[in-house]
Design a protein around this ligand. Sequence first.
Ligand code: AMP
Length: 295
Amino acid sequence: MKIVRTVRELREQVRGARAGGSARVGLVPTMGALHEGHISLVRAAQRDVDFVVMSIFVNPKQFTEASDLDGYPRQEEADAALAESAGVDVIFAPAASELYPEGFATNVHVGGSLTETLEAAGRGPQHFDGVATVVSKLLIAADPDAAYFGQKDAQQLLVVRRMVTDLGLPVEIVSCPTVRDSDGLAKSSRNVRLSDADRARALAIPRALEAAEAALALGETSTAALHARAAAVLSAAGIEPEYVACVDTHALEPVDVVDQPVLLAIAARVGEVRLIDNTLLTLPGAEAQLDPEEK
Ligand code: AMP
């Protein structure tokens, strides 16, 4: 496995892989501090493509709090070992100056409700500009056939899909299911910053999602009622969520009834750590996929 730091070296690697003619290339964008969630994206890529590029870049443009950026875990050696054992072909780990050289003045902005709701409230409207700008740079640099994103960051995934569609970028955006610890907590690089007590309290987040799923399975389709179930579980654990939202999977606009797939999304600060999680609420027999018709 090679680790490259410049776009030029990355392009050489991808060109080399494609030299035989038919090799398909996949990109797995990450911010490092790798865990099984990231590795599941690598596995999904390996099922589809011949050559897997993983980017590791803590993108300053998508952080709106300096303390979150400073405190973000960085562990490149351990990441490289894990990526190599998972069979990643190339890691692209650029310095910030490689992606944002002196004088950088371009911003990729996806407009509309997709970038104005949910995470935009807590993280600021610039958050998704940072995401869209870096992902477009990574896609242009690696020129992959497919790029792999986790459903855990559902809004990010939909924003990236919108951008790729709107710009006509020739890449398939693949959505991968959320990987959880055995107790249900969604894997996240930020989990290492939770104290033991806060980690235990954070379990209320997946339990809140499960409570809504269970109520839906018993026939409750009113999102107000499902919202109330989830909120009650959080409140019993002393968690005051930033949002609990039942939204459609196209524009992320509120919906009243589960008569189509509904994204139930939660963001909450537990101790110092901001966590997000979600589930797709679907009626029995419906396809549980994030916005499948846009694929
Ligand atoms: P991050 O390094 O947190 O920016 O995440 C990089 C990619 O991994 C994003 O597409 C995330 O949605 C995805 N990801 C993060 N956590 C998980 C998880 N628990 N399960 C599946 N994918 C994940």
